[in-house]
Write a protein that binds this ligand. Structure first.
Ligand SMILES: C[S@@+](CC[C@H](N)C(=O)[O-])C[C@H]1O[C@@H](n2cnc3c(N)ncnc32)[C@H](O)[C@@H]1O
Length: 348
C-alpha cells in the first residue's frame, strides 16, 4: 500500500464501482429494460423522431471498442465515436459495426469533427437515454460528445451512497457541473445540490435533464458563474457543504471569460474547497479529470495534500466504462479506460 507524506496509507486503485465501505446495501435506481432492436426498427424510430419532434428512450450500452473507436447504443441509436486509447482489436464482427446509425470522425486541425448519419440525414437533433440511474437528453455535438460522460456513473453512485450515509438533505456543490448527471444523482438521494457551470447553455441542458428525473425536483439551485470566483465568495460568506464534486476541464473559461488551466488552478481551487467543506461532520469530495499529465496517483496525492485528515480514506483509480452484450450483461475483462478519479468519504 502506498503512503502519503503524512505517513498514513491511502487506498490505491479501488474499483470505482466498489461501495463496500458503506454499511447498507447498494440500492440502484431501477433501470428500464430495452430489447435489442433491429437496424430497420431503429431507423423507423429515427424517422418517427425526425417527423414528429418526439424523443424516445433506451439505455446506454458500450457494445465494443477497438482500433481507436467505440461502438455504443445511446438510447435507441447505435453510434461509433473515436476512442483513441482503444489500441486493441474489436470483439464484435464488422457486420455489427456496419449497423451503426451514425459515426463521428474527427477533422484534423479543426478541434472538432463531423457526424455522418445513415438515412435520414442529418439525424435526430436530440433524444433521451438512461445511464447510471439518470435520464439524459442526448445531443450530438461538433466535438463528438453527446452530453454525458458514461465513465462517471460509478462516481454518481458513490455520491448517492455518501448522501444517504450522511442522511437528511445535506448541502452539496457540483463545480464544472456540465449537463448535471452528478447534480441529479445527489439530488435523487436527497441532497440539496448547487449546480455551477460557466455556460448558460449548458445549464439549460442540465435543467432539461433534471425535468426528466422527477426524484431530483426542487432540490437543485442553478448558478452560472466562474467556479473559482464562486468558491471564494462562498468562503467569505462562511458557507459549508457536506459534499463537493469537481470534474474540471483541462482548459476552460468562467462566465466572464476568466481563464481556467487545470495545472495552474487545481491546487488553489481545492484549497478554497477545503474552507467550505464541512470537515467537522461526515463529508465527501469527488475529483475527476481527463487531462493529460495527470494520473490516478497524482489526483490521489493532490487530495491527500489538501485534505490530510482524509488521507487514509482517499481512493483513486481510472474511470472506466464496462463493455456489455446487447442485453447489458458485462463482458469479462472488457472495460474502456476514460480519465481518472480520486475521492473520499470522511465519516465522523
Ligand atoms: C464537464 S467539464 C469537462 C469534463 C471533462 N473532465 C473533460 O475534460 O472533458 C466542462 C464543464 O466545465 C465548464 N467550465 C469550464 N470552465 C469553467 C469555469 N471557469 N467555471 C465554471 N465552469 C467552467 C464548462 O462550461 C463545461 O460545462
Amino acid at each position: 500500500m502506498k503512503k502519503n507524506y503524512s505517513g498514513k496509507p491511502f487506498r490505491r486503485g479501488r474499483d470505482s464501482n466498489d461501495f463496500s465501505r458503506f454499511q447498507h446495501k447498494n440500492k440502484n435506481v431501477p433501470a428500464k429494460e430495452t430489447s435489442t432492436e433491429s437496424f430497420a426498427e431503429r431507423q423507423e424510430k429515427i424517422r418517427f423522431a425526425a417527423n414528429t419532434g418526439k424523443t424516445y428512450e433506451g439505455k446506454y450500452l458500450l457494445l465494443d471498442s477497438g482500433n481507436g473507436r467505440k461502438l455504443e447504443m445511446v438510447g435507441s441509436l447505435r453510434l461509433i465515436r473515436p476512442a483513441l486509447n482503444a489500441f486493441w482489436k474489436p470483439t464484435l464482427p464488422e457486420s455489427e459495426w456496419n449497423k451503426a446509425d451514425a459515426e463521428f470522425r474527427r477533422e484534423p486541425g479543426t478541434g472538432g469533427g463531423i457526424w455522418t448519419w445513415k438515412v435520414p440525414q442529418p439525424g435526430p437533433e436530440e433524444w433521451t437515454t438512461l445511464w447510471g440511474g439518470v435520464f439524459l437528453a442526448v445531443k450530438p455535438t461538433n466535438f463528438g460528445h453527446v452530453g454525458f460522460f458514461a465513465e462517471q456513473a460509478p462516481n454518481w453512485e458513490f455520491m448517492r451512497e455518501c448522501v444517504k450515509e450522511i442522511g437528511g438533505h445535506p448541502k452539496t456543490l457540483n463545480l464544472f457541473a456540465y449537463s448535471g448527471g452528478a447534480t441529479i444523482a445527489m439530488a435523487q438521494a436527497g441532497a440539496d445540490a448547487v449546480h455551477l457551470d460557466a455556460s448558460n447553455g449548458i445549464i439549460e441542458w442540465a435543467k432539461k435533464n433534471q425535468s426528466k428525473n422527477p426524484a431530483s425536483k426542487d432540490r437543485i439551485r442553478w448558478i452560472c458563474d466562474d467556479a473559482m470566483k464562486f468558491v471564494a465568495r462562498e468562503e467569505r460568506r462562511g458557507s459549508k457543504y457536506s459534499g463537493i464534486v469537481l470534474d474540471p476541464p483541462s482548459f476552460g473559461r468562467g462566465s466572464q471569460g476568466q481563464v481556467w488551466k487545470i495545472e495552474e488552478s487545481i491546487s488553489g481551487i481545492l484549497q478554497s474547497c477545503r474552507k467550505i467543506l464541512d470537515l467537522e461532520h461526515s463529508c465527501f469530495l469527488v475529483l475527476s479529470c481527463h487531462s493529460q499529465g495527470f494520473s490516478p496517483t497524482s489526483l490521489g496525492r493532490i487530495l491527500a495534500a489538501e485534505f490530510p485528515e482524509a488521507a487514509s480514506c482517499i481512493e483513486y483509480g481510472e474511470m472506466t466504462v464496462p463493455e456489455t452484450d446487447f442485453k447489458g450483461v458485462k463482458k469479462e475483462n472488457r472495460v474502456l479506460p476514460a480519465g481518472m478519479f480520486a475521492r473520499f468519504f470522511l465519516k465522523k
